[in-house]
Design a protein around this ligand. Structure first.
Ligand SMILES: [Zn+2]
Ligand SMILES: [Zn+2]
Length: 222
């Protein structure tokens, strides 16, 4: 995470990112669905031939396993698309989709954690802290509970107005350009995210998805 970002190539469109991951998952899900459907048909044929109930029980089991496998593959494809969106700093579409995936059993753990990470990477301190806490509340022994706990403690320990280490580029959530050290910068009161002062004015409030704050304070950096 972090690192100096400069001259990055134009980010692909969110829809294209999602299509490539979700399309690959759909292909795999179709293959798995066909395989399970074949198993169900085979079990039904054998059950009819043997006049025995056991193959029918197997057919019902195979049907439900097939449904579970297919929906799992599709959900993991949507999650992979969200990871790609985050890698390209497409925060808003990623968070919207991740929140839809919260309730999916197989991917709910990671989806919930990634929402916190998305806010954290944007520098939306308060929203990140809230989201890490929400994750820890829901997944006490989650896959990312150690990371979430450490990061939540760090965010809680940080002063309200922070200046980030200079080697970490901070991008304005409105125009996506880097917030340079000498720029007029304001920090949102709601989530702590740095904006160019002009961008904040133009947006008429915070530009971070999910933050509705309309007050900010001038931030002195360095
Ligand atoms: Zn800006
Ligand atoms: Zn905000």
């Amino acid at each position: 995470m972090g690192g100096k970002r400069s001259k990055k190539p134009a980010a692909p469109e969110p829809d294209a990112l999602r299509r490539s991951h979700e399309g690959a998952a759909a292909t795999r899900a179709f293959g798995a669905g066909v395989a399970f459907a074949g198993g169900v048909v085979l079990a039904l044929v054998i059950g009819a031939a043997l006049r025995h109930p056991l193959p029918f029980v197997a057919a019902v089991a195979a049907f439900f396993m097939g449904v579970g496998t297919v929906t799992g593959i599709l959900a993991r494809g949507r999650l992979a698309a969200c990871r790609a969106l985050l890698d390209h700093e497409r925060w808003e579409p990623a968070i919207v989709e991740l929140k839809r995936l919260h309730g999916r059993g197989g991917v709910g753990d990671e989806a919930t954690y990634l929402v916190a990470l998305a806010y954290d990477r944007q520098g939306a301190r308060t929203l990140a802290l809230e989201s890490y806490k929400a994750y820890l509340k829901r997944f006490k022994r989650g896959v990312w509970s150690v990371e979430a706990r450490v990061r939540a403690a760090e965010l809680e320990a940080a002063p309200q107005v922070t200046t980030r280490p200079v080697e970490v580029a901070v991008n304005c959530p409105f125009c996506k350009a880097e917030v340079a050290d000498d720029a007029a910068v304001v920090a949102c009161d709601g989530c702590g995210t740095a904006h160019h002062a002009g961008c904040y004015e133009e947006q008429g409030g915070c530009a971070v998805y999910g933050c509705r704050s309309t007050t900010a304070r001038a931030r002195v950096r360095g």
